[in-house]
Design a protein around this ligand. Sequence first.
Ligand code: ADP
Ligand code: MG
Length: 249
Amino acid sequence: MTLLETENLVKEFGGLVATDDVNLTVEEDERVSIIGPNGAGKSTLINLITRRLDPTSGDIRFKGESIVGLEPHQVVQRGVSKSFQTASIFPDLTVRENAEIAALAAERGAFGFEFLRHRDSLTDVHGVARDTLDSVGLLDRADTIATDLPYGDKRRLEIGIALASEPDLLLMDEPTAGMSPEETKSTVDLIERVKRDHGLTFVLVEHDMEIVFSISDRIVVLSRGGIIAEGTPDEIRGNEAVQEAYLGG
Ligand code: ADP
Ligand code: MG
């Protein structure tokens, strides 16, 4: 089944075409990486999908229904989550509370607290939060105040927050940016584990080619806002246009 589909998607900033007629599809259970030089339009594309940006023209469909016109939190409720937004952590709350709020937000819309009248859903929220912290390896830090976590654990919590909403599609924009080699490895291991345990569909923007080639089913190459190539890691490695435009010959 096609989970995500953009159709002739265009985003202009003034005279600049940041997204140039992009037709991107992501199938269920597929792991897609988006690569391309700085300024190619990778983050813009992600931000269009999460509804942080309005497209200039074109359509975005998730599970067959247009999501253009929805609010960002409604997109989360439909099953699209974005990880590695630093703003997603509440620094003064505990790790557990952060996971619970994320689980709630997906269930009830952004922080509508009418859930308090529904005991069943509250029990679910505790369970989902617990399972989530377990799968990102933070269960033993559940009572730690988020701001006191080491950097690598904060990144784990961000993945946890994205997972707690039980997304059908997880978007990640440069998850390893600013990480040490050890933190990068531990994050990649975590993404691999989540991919295995949760059978998650994801779209990953990543500049580290080693990670991209090892983790993706399909790679989409952006240049100046448009898709210039897509294919399996082997196909992309051998693609001359990609070599020229991006991999540097
Ligand atoms: P990437 O993530 O691939 O590095 P971006 O999507 O961030 O690229 O940017 C694509 C192009 O759009 C760049 O030329 C960038 O300067 C421009 N751009 C991005 N966001 C904005 C914005 N909010 N206003 C104006 N121009 C923007
Ligand atoms: Mg970017």
